[in-house]
Design a protein around this ligand. Structure first.
Ligand code: SF4
Ligand code: SF4
Length: 438
């Protein structure tokens, strides 16, 4: 038997009587020894220290976007950082916990209440994970709060100590607008992505304050968003390395979640057939302009069996496209799960959920065929919004206002012929306007 098959699924190499190996659904398995991730080794901190090369360092520190909407919504490309709301929110002083604790007799009722509050604040999906040490960043590395600091009396706690004292992780997500995402690799797609990110930061900050006002601790920057998102059933992990949700597919942000001692009832991982779908689909891998997504099988990386994307090649694209757009998002946009929240989308994901495992390959092939027929490999929809036009070749904007990169079609910008979007051809084999066999 392989090392993987020898693992006791209950306690496993990362499990103990106190913290059994967590069940993470069908897309991710903990199969061998896991080392907690040092947040200092994640992409943005490495880039801030200049460890990813000069082009990325300069992109991160020394570029001001030509586009005014990008300057207020995307991190680090502003002319004045005070215009970027997340900076203000993340650097705000931490509030104290209200000494008058609200008693919680029914954790399930409190979980429903917290979800209702977060939804009212604007969150699209809210779930609760039971905390496990493996979901947390390594101790001693500091907290992950972009552009902010979070020092408190728990900063030196080990992951086990944190999971013991704060047994729940509240995950609240915001979804990107479906129609604007069709103009990915464009300033329109960037706006959908970045503005929902800001909304997520605001919601999580408000929810953190709400939990403290109830008399309980709320910690940020300690839990890995994807781990908590998968454990709590926000979604399953796709081949594209993204959390894929039932209602919004891959178009969800995974903001920094809240770890708390507020008594709650935890949710379970989701099953919407992502594991079955990714085995045959590969749309994300076929369209990724940097070939960062694997076409092969899952691998074991740091004790976790999953599809492993090459985040470095994905990340390194950014400085070279900065003049035209910021975030690629192709792997999120092309995923068959990324659809509008409609009855037919709900029917498809529910069918996958209830379909017996043995019949799923047949159902997946049928749904993939429908997806190919109606949407193709990449949707070619032309999107116009606020004067921006995804049918205009980047750089051929006609606006004469200094500093504005919007195309403002009435001002005479040249549109690409036909009702299609324009995508800079980043790799020859992408062929995104040609229908291909799966
Ligand atoms: S964001 Fe773009 S470059 Fe990065 S993995 Fe997804 S498709 Fe590839
Ligand atoms: S595009 Fe296909 S292979 Fe990629 S994550 Fe979505 S379902 Fe999986």
């Amino acid at each position: 038997m392989s090392k993987v098959e020898n693992i006791d699924p209950k306690t496993g190499p990362n499990g103990s009587a106190e913290f059994p190996t967590p069940y993470l659904g069908r897309t991710v398995r903990m199969v061998s020894e896991f080392q907690n991730v040092d947040m200092n080794q994640s992409p943005h901190p490495k880039n801030q220290r200049g460890e990813l090369g000069k082009p990325l360092f300069n992109w991160y520190h020394n570029t001001v976007s030509k586009d005014p909407l990008t300057r207020v919504s995307a991190p680090n490309h502003f002319a004045d950082r005070r215009h970027f709301l997340s900076t203000v929110v993340n650097q705000a002083a931490k509030g104290n916990v209200n000494p008058k604790k609200v008693p919680v007799g029914d954790p399930a009722a409190m979980a429903r209440h917290i979800k209702a509050v977060a939804h009212y604040m604007g969150a699209d999906i809210v779930r609760v994970a039971k905390a496990h040490p493996s979901f947390l960043y390594a101790s001693g590395g500091g907290r992950y709060v972009q552009d902010g600091t979070a020092k408190d009396e728990y900063s030196a706690y080990t992951p086990e100590q944190l999971a013991r004292q704060f047994p729940y992780i509240v995950v609240a997500t915001t979804a990107w607008d479906y129609n604007k995402l069709q103009a990915h690799r464009h300033l329109i797609g960037d706006a959908a992505y970045h503005i929902s990110q800001i909304k997520g930061n605001m919601i999580l900050k408000a929810l953190e304050g709400y939990i403290k006002e109830l008399g309980y601790t709320a910690l940020r920057g300690v839990a890995i968003p994807q781990a908590a998102g998968i454990a709590s059933g926000v979604g399953e992990l796709g081949r594209n390395g993204l959390v894929i949700s039932k209602d919004y597919g891959a178009r969800v942000h995974m903001p920094d979640p809240i770890m708390t001692d507020l008594p709650l009832e935890a949710d379970a991982p989701l099953d919407i057939g992502v594991d079955d779908f990714c085995k045959v689909c590969r749309k994300c891998a076929n369209t990724c302009p940097t070939n960062s997504i694997p076409v092969g099988d899952k691998v074991v990386h740091n004790g976790i069996e999953k599809y492993k994307i090459n985040w470095l090649t994905c990340y390194k694209l950014r400085p070279y496209v900065h003049d035209h757009w910021g975030s690629c998002l192709t792997c999120a946009a092309v995923c068959p799960y990324t659809k509008p929240k409609t009855w037919w989308h709900n029917v498809a994901t529910s069918a996958l959920h209830y379909c017996p495992f043995v019949l799923r390959p047949v159902l997946v092939k049928f749904l993939k065929w429908i997806d190919d027929e109606f949407w193709g490999l990449v949707r070619n929809a032309r999107v116009t919004w606020l004067g921006y036009d995804s049918g205009v070749k980047p750089g051929e904007h006609a606006c004469t206002v200094a500093g504005c990169n919007a195309s403002h079609e009435k001002a005479g910008a040249k549109a690409v012929a036909g009702n299609v979007g324009y995508y800079a051809p980043l790799k020859e084999n992408t062929n995104r306007f040609v229908k291909r066999e799966p």
